[in-house]
Design a protein around this ligand. Structure first.
Ligand code: NDP
Length: 454
């Protein structure tokens, strides 16, 4: 009989926590997972999944228009926000049920409630003390907003999924993933959208050409982008809001201000500091390459570690901790060359180094680019252009970065990601026969290079 109630106590039934729990149980551990809200976590309940469903919804707007070029007579289409939210909620509830069943079938005990760490081997939940050999913190992150007068009048992505009505005029604050994705959703569904970003170009961290291209495309769809702009105050104004900005000449009147200004780790009130767990200045649990915190029996994975805030990364980290602790296989997760996507309209797919990162890392690089009108838009008449880029290290000829803005970019880059992670050369890309007619074939037919960093 073990001296602990459980071998593994996981706090948070999101992507990372659920994966770690199930795997640990499959290795024979006695596992419990505590969830204060709904199993599924950010990704399933108020993140990736509902967001993507809403991106699909928003895209129909253009699909109806494009159909005309193909001979369809499309009667005037009407959109119902409440119907979309209702359908989305049904799907999320279905997925939540699947998560619960996955845990039950794996033999993991799901405990409802908020667990607080009380010492290196114990948590408290609903006044009950529960002990465990190991504790995993997988509590995710939470949206933050700037401290400006009236900030409480705005919403975050959490509330965007629950709005009762589609706002007529939206001010999006921020220029990262969530800002760009939700700006596209609201615009596609018919709202007037203004995006205010404090920097000189949206999507800091992405390849500069990708950033520029996407901004051009979203502006062409009617999203007004304010650069080098910060909002300074929100006031009630008639039925909506009046927003002041750092540019005295720019005031925005709108019905909804949405903050997409980053997410911080959920560690407040978790008892971690008192238990001796080191947190960084963002409140993130500081972990080593195995996910171990400064307390040997406490681990952390996913957004709460504030490294890479992506579901598939949290899942890998969860799996690595389970393997390390219960499968006698110490496992680490590489954070290099992680493919990712922005579900903007059009979407972005990216893997590996941006041109700037590659120059900094390797010095001399070759850049291959293509900008073209997707075939579908010949008949639809839409002016939207696709952009693709390969970054090649000159010395080894390895493709170190692949970037795309255009329809299906996330689907295409997932495959290209395998080649980049495998370290394939430009010649090996060229040796691969293209699939015609596709946009993806451009990745194996780009021949004109530009030398950079020389
Ligand atoms: P991001 O970090 O991507 O973007 C935050 C944005 O807000 C940046 O443009 C940032 O500007 C700006 N910002 C931060 N603080 C302030 C401030 N005080 N005033 C004004 N602007 C500010 O965060 P998101 O909230 O968009 O998303 C959180 C994370 O979730 C992402 O980083 C991503 O990892 C993940 N995610 C992934 C998705 C996907 O895979 N498709 C989709 C959605 C989220 P600056 O650039 O100047 O710092």
């Amino acid at each position: 009989m073990s001296e602990y109630d459980y071998d593994f106590f996981v706090i948070g039934a999101g992507s990372g926590g659920v994966r770690a729990s199930r795997m640990a149980a499959s290795f024979g551990a006695k596992v419990a997972v505590a969830e204060a809200y709904r199993p599924g976590g950010t990704c399933v309940i108020r993140g990736c999944v509902p967001k993507k469903l809403m991106v699909y919804a928003a895209h129909f707007h253009e699909d109806f228009e494009d159909a005309r070029g193909y001979g369809w007579s499309v009667p005037e289409a009407h959109f119902s926000w409440p119907k979309l939210i209702e359908a989305k909620d049904r799907e999320i509830a279905r997925l939540e049920g699947i998560y619960e069943r996955l845990l039950a079938n794996a033999g993991v005990t799901l405990l409802r409630g908020r667990a607080v760490v009380v010492d290196p081997h114990a948590v408290e939940l609903d006044g009950r003390r529960i002990t465990a050999k190991y504790i995993l913190v997988a509590t995710g992150g939470w949206p933050v907003r700037p401290e400006i007068p009236g900030a409480e009048l705005g919403i975050s992505s959490n509330e965007a999924f629950e709005l009762k009505q589609l706002p007529r005029r939206v001010l999006m604050v921020g220029g990262g993933y969530i800002a760009v994705e939700f700006a596209g959703i609201f615009r596609g569904l018919g709202a007037e959208v203004t995006l205010s970003y404090r920097g000189s170009e949206i999507l800091r961290g992405f390849d500069d050409d990708v950033r520029k291209h996407l901004r051009g495309e979203i502006e062409a769809k009617g999203i007004k982008v304010l650069l080098r702009n910060e909002i300074t105050a929100i006031e009630k104004h008639g039925p909506g809001y009046r927003v002041r900005t750092s540019d005295v000449d720019i005031t925005v009147d709108c019905d909804c201000v949405m903050f997409a200004t980053g997410r911080l780790p959920n560690t407040a009130g978790l008892g971690l500091k008192a238990a001796g767990v080191e947190l960084d200045e963002n409140g993130a649990v500081v972990v080593d390459e195995h996910g171990r915190s400064s307390v040997a029996s406490i681990f952390a994975v996913g957004d709460v570690t504030h490294r890479v805030q992506l579901t598939p990364v949290a899942i890998r980290e969860g799996s690595a901790v389970a393997n390390t602790l219960f499968n006698n296989r110490p496992t680490t997760v590489s954070h290099h060359n992680i493919p990712s996507a922005v579900f903007s309209q059009p979407p972005i797919g990216t893997v590996g180094d941006t041109e700037e990162q590659a120059i900094a890392r390797y010095g001399r690089v070759e850049v291959y680019q293509a900008t073209f009108r997707p075939m579908k838009h010949t008949l639809s008449g839409r002016a939207e252009k696709t952009y693709m880029k390969l970054v090649v290290e000159e010395k080894t000829q390895k493709v170190v970065g692949a970037h795309m803005v255009g329809p299906d970019a996330p689907e295409i880059i997932q495959g290209i990601g395998i080649a980049v992670v495998a370290g394939l050369t430009k010649q090996q890309f060229d040796d691969t026969v293209g699939i015609h007619p596709t946009a993806a074939e451009e990745f194996v037919t780009m021949r004109e290079k530009v030398l950079r960093g020389f």
